[in-house]
Design a protein around this ligand. Structure first.
Ligand code: FAD
Length: 318
């Protein structure tokens, strides 16, 4: 059976959920071979094996931490050359998309980004994407080279599928470009204790209707009652009410949670672009004509300042 390379997103050996989702999809196309880089790479092996990785190629070097993405592209290319895979799957994070794009250029392959599903096809893997505010899904396959596909978080279930997960050292020689951009410093973001926006199973977002930074406490209260991440529309971010790192949409982050709750958000196309693939969408908006209601599974027409506190209390009481 053909092998499929899976790029591992991990923090000091703790594998992030989108990688486990990639392993589920990779198993539909071939035998997953994981590529884990940087500090803690070997520590990822047990988790990856539990989820179907037949082999785990690891490499650690100062270059991975000290420079931006090129060393990782060098390593992924080395893995590609040693494995000759049927496809390369990478999580659709900002870094993942850059790594995937650079690899595709280097190996002369086509790339599909932001897939929400992958299935095996007669002529190679077929990827599904959601387009035009979720009005259409498209299925496509790469017709040149080895398919490089990035997959959005929350697109596939995490499944236990025990496999060998044999750890093998990956030999990497870094290119001249690897040390082109050096990391000068890292400042950890203050932790909110909430899940990462792009990985959260539930996201509660606030828009211009929230009407002030201080009122975002309401949105945070609802989010905390659900164990959710907090998002914001660009209008709320531009007004300085919430950080840009929480912006959902075309120029913000793409989320695809099980549940997305939009409060005081009209549903502009640029906002939809970042949340349209959410499994269940709920909107709270006082305007019954707001375009967001065209998209929702459940809509509440009402003043968020009345609805959100009641909803939070109800959820907390259960
Ligand atoms: P509005 O459109 O002003 O909607 C506010 C909503 O709140 C209204 O529907 C109103 O009825 C409701 N409301 C008001 N008060 C209450 C209340 N008390 N209770 C309940 N409901 C209430 N936008 C993004 O979000 N993300 C992006 O990444 C993004 N990128 C963009 C890129 C470009 C190139 C451009 C041109 C625009 C982009 N935008 C983006 C902006 C986008 O076009 C909209 O302007 C923005 O999404 C509007 O945000 P909003 O829904 O919060 O505000």
């Amino acid at each position: 059976m053909a092998e499929v390379l899976v790029y591992v997103d991990h923090v000091d050996g703790a594998v992030r959920k989108p990688t486990l989702e990639l392993l589920t999809l990779a198993r539909r196309v071939g035998e997953p071979v994981a590529v884990a880089l940087g500090p803690g790479a070997e520590a990822t092996a047990a988790t990856l094996a539990e989820h179907g990785a037949t082999r785990v190629l690891t490499a650690d070097a100062a270059e991975f931490a000290d420079y931006l993405v090129v060393p990782k592209v060098d390593a992924l290319q080395a893995a590609y050359e040693s494995v000759s895979p049927a496809a390369v799957l990478v999580p659709s994070s900002a870094e993942g998309k850059e790594i995937a794009a650079r690899l595709a250029v280097r190996i002369g392959s086509g790339i599909i980004t932001d897939a929400i599903d992958i299935e095996a096809g007669d002529e190679g893997p077929v990827a599904t994407q959601s387009v035009f505010a979720a009005a259409f899904t498209t299925k496509s396959r790469v017709s040149k080279g080895t398919p490089v596909i990035t997959v959005k978080p929350n697109s596939a279930p995490v499944e236990a599928a025990p496999a060998a997960g044999a750890v093998e050292a990956l030999a990497v020689s870094f290119s001249d470009k690897a040390t082109g951009t050096k990391v000068v410093s890292r400042t950890p973001r203050e932790s909110t204790g909430r899940p990462e926006l792009t990985e959260a199973a539930i996201v509660v977002s606030g828009g211009r209707g929230v009407n002030g930074a201080e009122n975002f406490a309401l949105i945070e209260g609802l989010a905390d009652s659900l164990g959710a991440a907090v998002g914001a529309s660009r209008a709320a971010v531009d007004a300085g009410w919430y950080p840009h790192t929480s912006q959902v949409g075309q120029t913000g982050k793409s989320v695809s949670p099980q549940l997305y709750v939009a409060t005081g958000i009209s549903g502009a196309i640029q906002h939809r672009a970042g949340m349209q693939t959410s499994k269940t969408i709920v909107a709270i908006n006082k305007d019954p004509e707001a375009p967001i209601f065209d998209l929702v599974d459940y809509g509440v027409v009402g003043d968020l300042f009345e609805v959100v506190p009641q909803l939070t209390d109800e959820i907390k009481s259960r």
